[in-house]
Write a protein that binds this ligand. Structure first.
Ligand SMILES: [Zn+2]
Length: 405
């Protein structure tokens, strides 16, 4: 199977994760895919294959040299984002992309256009895998899975490439921030690893956001509107007020690079009560703290306007891995060197998000992130160039080779 065939096969499994179920994996589809991949790994003859009850799948490609080489790992996640359905994903390959509009869906008039996504033009003449306009594609992160397995297969078939012991792992629930929670770093047993979970070709990342989730509850006082004067507190009005107090400039749609944000993720409620969800992101630890403080201060102010109406709960989700990776910077350097060796220009930049690697780094497994090749993750405009996937496979093979030198 080619990397493309593998990817398309995995893309058809519905593995959308769900932040509400409270179990791991958060959805049963992830285990279904894990079992299928487990079967493939057995057929390939890999060793130490384990699939635990939480859908963490691990396997080993043994070393083919007597040299003492550090054990390294490659990791990708099974789930797709709950932002858009991952059911009935129907990938299509646009061969020899001509630089024009790609009609994803005639009926619903969904068009993937370089007018909206000018980076498409970088891939003129290449082959793009796109959606049918109804679902996400799931290149995040099934491209990563396909690339890792294809690279391992390549190493098996090319024993002249000497490498140390290589571990691979596929985990559930990355998209809901829980991919690393039940990841058994000790069992994985690597000196370091890479997540194949980055975006466009060349991406190499070892800095990510510090992240927190915020839940705000508002208790209003519902009274018949005809008799409400000086009695009613409308929870929806309070919610609206609170949202309006946070800085408009610090929203995802207005920020880039190292700029952090407050992102309103949901509002729901009635006159009687309402809940608001936010996520807070910042690369800088101090600014991150300051953002959480501002959130608390805002709620305090709301409680001055509407006494005892509002409560807030802020939970840290993950931290910037930079502090864990910088002391072992050579693990980034070897990935950089591997990319250059296979003709990929490395793009080292801070992630405006998190990866499993961030949490793994804090659990003792330093874990930079490498491109999977896709664009426009989490939506119907997601696409991935075939040639980027093929390069990702080459990068994995080259890293294995370089580490053994
Ligand atoms: Zn991902």
């Amino acid at each position: 199977m080619t990397v493309v065939e593998r990817f398309i096969k995995y893309a058809k499994f519905d593995t959308e994760s769900n932040p509400e179920t409270g179990i791991t994996p958060s959805t049963p589809g992830q285990m279904v895919l894990a079992r299928e991949i487990e079967k493939e790994l057995r057929e390939m003859g890999l060793e130490d294959i384990t699939l635990d009850d939480n859908a963490y799948l691990m396997a080993t490609l043994p070393a083919n040299t007597d040299k003492k080489v550090p054990v390294i790992g490659f990791i990708a996640h099974l789930d797709t984002s709950p932002d858009l359905t991952g059911k009935d994903v129907n990938p299509r390959i646009v061969n020899n992309y001509d630089g024009g509009d790609v009609v994803l869906n005639k009926d619903t008039n969904v068009i993937l256009s370089p007018k909206d996504f000018p980076e498409m033009l970088d891939y003129k003449g290449q082959d793009l895998i796109v959606t049918d306009g109804n679902t996400l594609l799931g290149a995040d992160d099934k491209a990563g899975i396909a690339e890792i397995i294809t690279a391992i297969k390549y190493l098996q078939e090319h024993p002249e490439i000497k490498h140390g012991k290589i571990r691979i792992a596929f985990n559930p629930d990355e998209e809901i921030g829980l991919g690393a929670h039940k990841f058994d770093v000790e069992k994985f047993g690597c000196e370091w690893a890479y997540t194949m979970d980055g975006g466009p070709i060349g991406e190499l990342e070892y800095e990510n956001f510090n992240a927190a989730g915020v839940k705000i509850n508002i208790q209003g006082r519902s009274v018949h509107p005809g008799y409400a004067k000086d009695k009613m507190t409308n929870a929806l009005v309070v919610a609206n007020k609170l949202i309006s107090l946070l800085p408009e400039s610090d929203r995802p749609e207005h920020t880039t690079g190292y700029e952090g944000f407050f992102h309103l993720t949901n509002v729901s409620g009635t006159v009687d009560s309402a809940t608001i969800g936010y996520i807070i992101r910042d690369h800088d630890r101090d600014l991150f703290k300051a953002r959480k403080q501002l959130m608390h201060d805002t709620v305090d102010f709301i409680n001055k306007l509407y006494p005892e109406s509002t409560t807030i709960e802020i939970k840290d989700q993950y931290y910037n891995m930079r502090e864990k990776v910088e002391p072992v910077k050579h693990i980034v350097d070897v990935a950089f060197e591997a990319m250059v060796a296979v003709g990929v220009t490395p793009i080292v930049k801070p992630i405006r998000g998190g990866t499993d690697g961030a949490q793994l780094s804090f659990k003792g497994l330093p874990c930079p992130n490498i491109f999977g090749g896709g664009h426009n993750f989490h939506g119907r405009y997601e696409f991935i160039p075939v040639q980027s996937m093929e390069k990702a496979v080459e990068v994995i093979v080259k890293i294995a080779e370089l580490v053994a030198r």
